[in-house]
Design a protein around this ligand. Sequence first.
Ligand SMILES: [Fe+2]
Length: 194
Amino acid sequence: MPRGSYTVEEFVHDITEKLNQGMDVEKLLDQGSTLLERLIGNPDCIPPEYKAPSGGGKHPNRGSYLLHRSPELLVSTVVWGPGDHVGPHDHHTWGMIGVLENKLHEIRFRRLDDGSRPDFSRLEKDRQAVSKQGEVSLLVPDVDEIHQIDNPDHRPTVEIHVYGRDLATLNRCRFDPETGAVTTFASSARYDNE
Ligand SMILES: [Fe+2]
């Protein structure tokens, strides 16, 4: 296949095949990230209108466009507008973030407490990471999956997000590293293209 023509449909088909093989998370992320790199190597893998913030709703400076949804696989396009910020949060599933346009600026955190208290945590900043166009950032459950996201640039960052569960039905955690407070939240079930 010529480079740059891999489609979302083909990606979903290939990832689903790996899920059906019962692959462990480490192997899935390893092989899946190669497929995601191939997908974001195609600048036309999503329609142009999915590459901009929605301009409306609760987060007008953000965009969230559904590409595929099943109980074991969620694929979406996420756009962070200029200056956008999302505080530290976790995912409770494996994830892959492929950068289609611009850069992804992340701060990754390590959890120091044992997670036994639902309302309290101790987080330590682990590292600052910048993923460039064409690169994939991985979320590994319980190991390395708490991050903060910022877009310090003057243009949107466009990403393809891939998760092992439908985030809309998942109670996840938001963290305040200063106070230790933990609050739960769930992603909106509605996408900007629905
Ligand atoms: Fe996230």
